[in-house]
Design a protein around this ligand. Structure first.
Ligand code: MEV
Length: 327
């Protein structure tokens, strides 16, 4: 096989962000906006990358330089994924020559849907197929998560898990537990704040804010842990009103962590004011998206309220399929 296209879903954090970085659980859903990667074997010993969504075009280097030297920001995840894969599996004994990789996203990299993790997962899966290494989902998760850690230094890996496995997941740091929940649908409404956030900056900001108050930080994380455990039960029971109340509690703790911003606060209170079961920010905070749970009857009102508060409603279906071969 000389050419393959693979796709993986984006994600939205439902409950448990920040705490999940420090050995606590979270709930995450894969969403039906996907990242696609095409990997092609070349005769020449070169590595080529085309990733217009992250401003990488006409990027070329010698194949033995992959993963070393100055790597532009937009090329990092794909390039380090190739290097990590080749370090562990016999990539260059199965393919003779070079590689051309192209990535295209169905969603903006601004939304915080996890485009970097999804493209990393696509590349690892594509290399597994092209080199006939037949990696299991767990092995794909491990290589992709290592890649994210090599680049970001920290992160729970929940976004990598959503891209690999899809569905709605109960996830513990580093993949210590990954459990797919048997849930058909989530009554999810998503609002984009229009503000771009940086996950690593936000994680460091929390650490600094609580530098002299480590006890309270640990307490907040265990409170979030308990909310996630309760929410898991409510999700499985389809008790969305009670799950919504747990989202509201989670949001209060995120406010105390200092990661909410005025725009998100406004969108969240607009959603609950319009009758949503509950609402909170989703992800690192500082911008990106908020989410709400709403009944079908109230959905239009909740969406209008989010727009009135200056947000953009993004139509995404939760519970999307994990990484898959397209052709
Ligand atoms: C970012 O989307 C969510 C965090 O919990 C980081 C992570 O889990 O890797 C803040």
């Amino acid at each position: 096989m000389n050419r393959i296209t693979v796709s993986a879903p984006g994600k939205l954090m439902l409950l448990g962000e920040h705490a999940v970085v420090y050995n606590h659980p979270c709930l995450v859903t894969a969403v039906d906006q996907r990242m696609r990667a095409t990997v092609e074997v070349l005769n020449e010993n070169i590595f080529e990358l085309d990733a217009p969504d992250v401003k990488i075009t006409d990027y070329k280097k010698s194949i033995d330089q992959v993963g070393s030297g100055d790597i532009p920001k937009g090329a990092k995840f794909v390039e380090v994924a190739v290097k990590n894969f080749a370090d562990k599996y016999p990539l260059f004994t199965s393919i003779k020559g070079g590689l051309k990789i192209s990535t295209v996203s169905e969603f903006s990299s601004q939304f915080g849907f996890g485009s970097s993790s999804a493209s990393t997962v696509c590349v690892v899966k594509a290399l597994s197929e092209i080199s006939q290494s037949n990696l299991s989902d767990e092995e794909i998760f491990k290589i992709a998560y290592k890649t994210v850690l090599d680049i970001q230094g920290k992160g729970s890996g929940f976004d990598v898990a959503a891209a690999v496995y899809g569905g709605v997941l109960y996830f513990v740091t580093g993949g210590a537990k990954i459990e797919k929940l048997d849930i058909k649908n989530l009554p999810l409404v998503v609002g984009y704040s229009g503000v771009k956030a940086n996950t690593v900056t936000l994680m460091n900001q929390v650490k600094e804010k609580f530098a002299d108050n480590a006890d309270r930080l640990a307490e907040i994380y265990s409170l979030i842990d308990r909310l996630v455990e309760s929410a898991k039960k409510e999700f499985l029971a389809g008790a969305w009103d009670r799950a919504g109340q747990l989202m509201n509690e989670n949001q209060k703790l995120l406010v105390e962590l200092g990661v909410s911003i005025r725009k998100l606060d406004d969108m969240i209170s607009a959603a609950t004011g319009a009758g949503a079961y509950g609402a909170k920010l989703s992800g690192a905070g500082g911008g990106d998206c908020m989410i709400a749970f709403s009944s079908d009857e109230k959905r239009a009102d909740v969406e209008d309220a989010i727009r009135d508060a200056g947000g953009e409603v993004i139509k995404v279906a939760p519970n999307a399929e994990g990484v898959r071969i397209e052709k």
